[in-house]
Ligand binder design. Structure first.
Ligand code: HAM
Length: 427
């Protein structure tokens, strides 16, 4: 038997009802803040991710699905392509390619779709997973650098989680500095690591040279006392970054969005500057980051575009749904149909279908049986589908243009004229 590939999975009904409900809540909230949807391809040139997410990150160095796309004609070139491991790079590429900054407006874009990382699968970690993300990006003259944008993005998230019914989340907030202060911090970190890295795990020994910030993210228990003594980025922020970060915090406080400062929070992608954040949730176990994001002021330029500071986030939809499972996911499951139509006897499928069409056109959800079923089987089918009302369509009913409606719960039965049916089932 052929099964779904390790790290991928089928999402089946009724779970898909919950997924759809979550996505529509997000779309409603995005509309309230004037975000518009962007759809970018699920694969891009490998270079795009190498240059944005960063060559030395785990994502680019070992988790990408990359292949050589051979030219099929002389007019084509061979190229290295990659399934997107995240979507910020694609959005910024599209922003540059379509000159979205030339209007002088701030762009507020959102996306919903699959991402691909070749990680070791475990609870809450898949090789194909889904993100609901958003990016606010534009020329500095449109206010894209303002701390008000950072606070707004975080406030959208608080609204989203609250509206979806996810309780008990924690927002961890940090500033990872900018091109101006980062080199000083990295130098201090490298110097501190030089004396201690031999005592650390192999990953940290490697990161100490390639990407020292990532050392702060190490989860190995034995390394934690060493990490606790390393220099803190909060002490290296320059005046502008400090002011920017303070302003983000005061707007959040004014809006009543709770946050916890964590100056050890570094993200697994290299493009971040200044504000970086993660939301965690208690239901999720080891993979407890339900979403992450931050500011990426230099990314557009790194990809050959104009100056276009931006900030955004991506919610891990798989984890979002897991967090919801402990709360109120039941209410998101689709209701059973309002009525089961049971055509009784030869020639009755025609009449059943006509009636079903009429009722559905009036907004009533209908399940339709088959004329070959005996009444008992129709009742059982309706019961299995969780439907209480069965409308019987037999020869006599068709003649009278009135139908017997059986309530399976009470056992009662009434006769209702065709014209009264829509009103009877009205919600
Ligand atoms: P990220 O932190 O790499 O950020 O991913 C965001 C979220 O995607 C994570 O918090 C997690 O919930 C989910 N996620 C990541 N990997 C997996 C996986 N293998 N299985 C299940 N869920 C996963 C980004 O992707 C950035 N592009 C976010 C961003 C947008 N920053 C600025 N704009």
């Amino acid at each position: 038997m052929i099964k779904a590939v390790r790290g991928t999975r089928d999402i089946l009904p009724p779970d898909t009802d919950v997924w759809n409900r979550v996505e529509s809540i997000c779309r409603e909230v995005f509309a309230l803040y004037s975000f518009h949807e962007i759809r970018t391809p699920i694969f891009e040139e490998t270079q795009l991710f190498a240059r944005s997410v960063g060559e030395d990150t785990d994502i680019v160095s070992k988790e990408m699905f990359t292949w050589d796309d051979r030219a099929r004609a002389q007019s084509e070139k061979s190229q290295s392509l990659t399934l997107r491991p995240e979507n910020t790079a694609g959005v910024v590429r599209a922003y540059i390619e379509h000159k979205l900054g030339e209007t002088g407006k701030l762009r507020k874009l959102y996306y919903i779709g699959p991402q691909f990382r070749r990680e070791r699968p475990q609870k809450g970690r898949y090789r194909q997973f889904y993100q609901i993300g958003a990016e606010v990006i534009g020329p500095p003259s449109a206010g894209s650098e303002s701390p008000a944008r950072d606070a707004e993005v975080l406030e959208v998230l608080a609204t989203l989680l609250d509206r979806a019914g996810i309780k008990g989340w924690t927002l961890y907030l940090n500033s990872v500095g900018c091109a101006n202060d980062r080199p000083r911090y990295l130098a201090a970190l490298r110097e501190a690591l030089a004396g201690v890295k031999d005592k650390m795990c192999p990953d940290c020994q490697r990161r100490a040279d390639t990407n020292p910030l990532r050392v702060l993210d190490c989860k190995v228990p034995e390394d934690q006392p060493i990490i606790a003594k390393l220099p803190r980025i909060s002490e290296y922020l320059d005046e502008d970054c400090r002011k920017h970060f303070a302003e983000v915090q005061s707007i959040l406080t004014a809006c009543g969005v709770p946050f916890t400062l964590n100056d050890r929070l570094v993200r697994g992608l290299d493009y971040y500057t200044r504000t970086a954040f993660e939301f965690t949730h208690g239901n999720l176990g080891a993979q407890n980051a339900i979403l992450g994001g931050g500011r990426y002021d230099g990314l557009s330029e790194a990809l050959g575009g104009p100056k276009a500071p931006g900030i955004g986030f991506a919610i891990g939809e798989d984890r979002f749904i897991m967090a919801l499972a402990g709360e109120n996911a039941e209410q998101y499951k689709a209701r059973s149909a309002d009525v089961y139509i049971a055509p009784m006897g030869t020639g009755m499928n025609v009449h059943g279908a006509r009636l079903a069409r009429e009722l559905r056109n009036s907004g009533i959800t209908v399940e339709l049986g088959d004329e070959s079923f005996r009444l008992k089987k129709s009742f059982e089918s309706a019961e299995k589908l969780g439907i209480t009302h069965v409308l019987i369509v037999g020869e006599n009913e068709v003649k009278a243009d009135a139908f017997a409606l059986k309530n399976l719960q009470s056992g009662g039965q009434v006769t209702i004229a065709r014209t009264d049916l829509p009103r009877h089932f009205a919600h």
